[in-house]
Design a protein around this ligand. Sequence first.
Ligand code: NDP
Ligand code: MG
Length: 386
Amino acid sequence: MSRTTVALLGATGSIGTQTLEVLRREPERFELTAIAGGAARVDQLIAIAKEFSVARIGVPTNEARETVMEALAGVEVVVGDEGLSELASSADTVVNAVVGFAGLPVTLSALRSGKRLALANKESLIAASTLVEKVRHTRGAELVPIDSEHCAIHQALAGASAEAGYPDVRRLILTASGGPFRGWDSTALDTATKAQALAHPTWSMGPKITIDSSTLMNKGLEVLEASALFGIEVGRVEVVIHPQSVVHSMVEYVDGSVIAQLSKPDMRLPIAYCLGLPERLDHAWGALDFHSPLSLEFFPPDRANFPALSIAYEAARIGGGAPAWMSAANEVAVEAFLGERITWRQIVEIVSTTLDRYEPTPIETLSELLEADRRAREIAIASLPK
Ligand code: NDP
Ligand code: MG
């Protein structure tokens, strides 16, 4: 049996590293044929290429290209967005583990080329949902979610009617750990530091999504992600706080039945699920031990202290380019917070004020999306302290 070829784009990050762990266990089933990363960890990218004998490598700059070419003989090195698009059309399965809007070329190219897209990069789907809709029906194309909540829903929908819009589903229930600031009051949140925001209680992830989890913007993005992935309007997507991160999400059917997926918080499980479909890979990354006590709690989210959630629903209600604006402003704000230019509170304030200045634009073409992203960033950057 020939092996499934895999392109892993964003190979040096948190999802990338965990995808490599899954691939190491399945050498007979998968062949890693292409990788890409940013400029921060080129040495790590070279090490991955050596370990897996990868022939095609994507980097963001010509300088990084030189470094890779010097270190490795006989490999093809491609650069920038064009390079990412090329690699994303080159394998049977494409794992999009790039962070932020930079992952857009991967999402669009993989689907347009009729590949399986195992999607961790939620930002591209949220910003480009209308463009994704146009290419995801390409013959052979398949969009499967690595994001643990959406992977749980994908599994919980297995028994649902195949009719568009899932008429026998009442609602999707996304679980959220609540992040490091769950239960904090307004006064305490005023003093929230970068180190505290980066200390996630249940998941170890890259810095951007960890900060998004602390503001609940990650859950807001996930509401839009769920709606785009499953074709269910955001009014039927709800969020519940579940501090243990064991129930990864749920589907409530019209008869009141709730189907959930449970495991330890371990991203290798959803990664392996997306790579293996329709088969299950025989290694239980997240298996629970029911011999020891296990308590599961569920609470409504604190929308007053974590307004990002309501902002995300509002962006969905506005539609058009609003989700792209929200996500772009959030990227700018999170970067400024990580660079210690703004306070934790200011992250969501910047997103909110940018969205208030939204200039209605339909997103029917790539150039319209790129312009919306550019404009939102411009406004968000202008609102940063000098
Ligand atoms: P990381 O910051 O750990 O990794 C990001 C990866 O993207 C790195 O390999 C980075 O390269 C690469 N990258 C950055 N910019 C570019 C670029 N311009 N071109 C190519 N590659 C680039 O992030 P995570 O792994 O945490 O997250 C990745 C995505 O997965 C995000 O969209 C996140 O929301 C989503 N996700 C993550 C989860 C997690 O558990 N981590 C869970 C669910 C979703 P370099 O190393 O050089 O910077
Ligand atoms: Mg998630």
